[in-house]
Design a protein around this ligand. Structure first.
Ligand code: HPA
Length: 278
C-alpha cells in the first residue's frame, strides 16, 4: 500500500494509458456500485483492465468491473472508470485518489462522479437520483484526507478551498436536463463514511442533524483530489435504499446493486444530455 505518489509515478500510469489508446479525453466519469453498465454506451472504446495499470487500485467488490473504458459518448471523448476502489477495501487515501490524478495529467477538465447512496432525506425513494450540491467529509475529518502528506505544488495548493467543490454551472445544467427528461431533479448534501458496515440508526440520526441528505462510502476522496487539481466536478448519487433511521428495516449490498438497474437508464439520459451541452 502506498501513502503518496510522486508526479513521476502518476505519469508512469499516464504513459501506459496513452500507449493503449488514441483518444484524448477531456471528461472523466467514475461509476459507482451497480452503475457500471453505463460504460456499455461508450463507442469506439479502448478497454484497459485495472490490473494492467501500475499502482492502480483494483476494486474487489461485487458490482465493480475493474475496467477503464476510453471512447466516445455523444461525440465527446471520455474516460470511464467502470468500478472504483473504496477505502474500506484496504487501499490508502492516496491510492483512492490516484485515478483522478491520472485523469488530470491526461488532460481531463471535468469529472462526473457517481455513487450509490442511502437516502437520509425522507423525500427520496430508491431509484431516485440526487445531484450533489455539497458534501460532508466525515471520513476526512478524522484524518483520512487524500491530500495528507507532502503537497505537490505543481498539481495544486497546500490548502485548497472547498467552498465550491461541486461546480454550480454543471449542477444547474444537469438538473435542468433531468427536469426536461421527467426525472425528479433532487439536489442535496452527500456524507461519506469509510464503511464497510452500514450505519446504525443512531449514526443516521446524527447525519440527519448535521445536514446530510444521502450517505455513502465513496466519492469525497476523489472530489477532494479533483478540486485540488482545479478539475470541475459534477456529483450524482443514485439512491439505492432508504437509510434506516428508526431501525425498522435492514440494508443489503444486493438491494444497492438492484437499484442500479433502475438508476442506470436515468443517469445515462442525464449524462448524455449534459455531454451534448458541453
Ligand atoms: N449507507 C452507506 N452506503 C451506502 C448505502 C447506505 O445506506 N447505500 C448505498 N451505499
Amino acid at each position: 500500500m502506498k501513502d503518496f505518489f510522486t508526479i513521476e509515478e502518476i505519469d508512469e500510469v499516464v504513459l501506459v494509458i496513452k500507449s493503449k489508446t488514441k483518444h484524448n479525453p477531456k471528461i472523466g466519469l467514475i461509476l459507482g456500485s451497480g452503475l457500471g453498465d453505463l460504460a456499455n454506451s461508450v463507442e469506439n472504446a479502448d478497454i484497459i483492465s485495472y490490473g494492467d495499470l501500475p499502482y492502480w487500485p483494483n476494486s474487489t467488490v461485487h458490482g465493480h468491473a475493474g475496467k477503464l473504458v476510453i471512447g466516445n459518448l455523444e461525440n465527446k471523448s471520455l474516460i470511464v472508470m467502470q468500478g472504483r476502489a473504496h477505502y474500506y477495501e484496504g487501499f490508502s487515501m492516496a491510492e483512492i485518489g490516484l485515478p483522478v490524478r491520472v485523469m488530470q495529467r491526461l488532460g481531463v477538465e471535468i469529472i462526473i462522479v457517481t455513487n450509490a447512496a442511502g437516502a437520509i432525506n425522507k423525500d427520496y425513494v430508491p431509484g431516485d437520483i440526487m445531484f450533489i450540491s455539497d458534501h460532508i467529509a466525515l471520513i476526512g475529518m478524522t484524518g483520512n484526507n487524500p491530500l495528507r502528506g507532502p503537497n505537490l505544488d505543481e498539481l495544486g495548493p497546500r490548502f485548497p478551498d472547498m467552498s465550491q467543490a461541486y461546480d454550480k454551472i454543471l449542477l444547474e445544467k444537469a438538473m435542468s436536463i433531468a427536469k426536461k427528461k421527467k426525472i425528479k431533479p433532487f439536489s442535496g448534501v452527500y456524507v461519506s463514511l469509510s464503511g464497510p458496515s452500514f450505519e446504525t440508526p443512531a449514526d443516521l440520526r446524527f447525519m440527519k442533524v448535521i445536514g446530510a441528505d444521502a450517505v455513502g462510502m465513496s466519492t469525497v476522496p476523489e472530489v477532494i483530489v479533483a478540486v485540488h487539481g482545479g478539475t470541475r466536478v459534477l456529483g450524482i448519487s443514485g439512491i439505492s435504499n432508504k437509510a434506516n433511521l428508526d431501525g425498522s428495516t435492514i440494508t443489503t449490498h444486493e438491494e444497492v446493486l438492484e437499484a442500479g438497474r433502475i438508476i442506470v437508464p436515468k443517469l445515462t439520459k442525464v449524462i448524455k444530455g449534459l455531454l451534448t451541452e458541453l
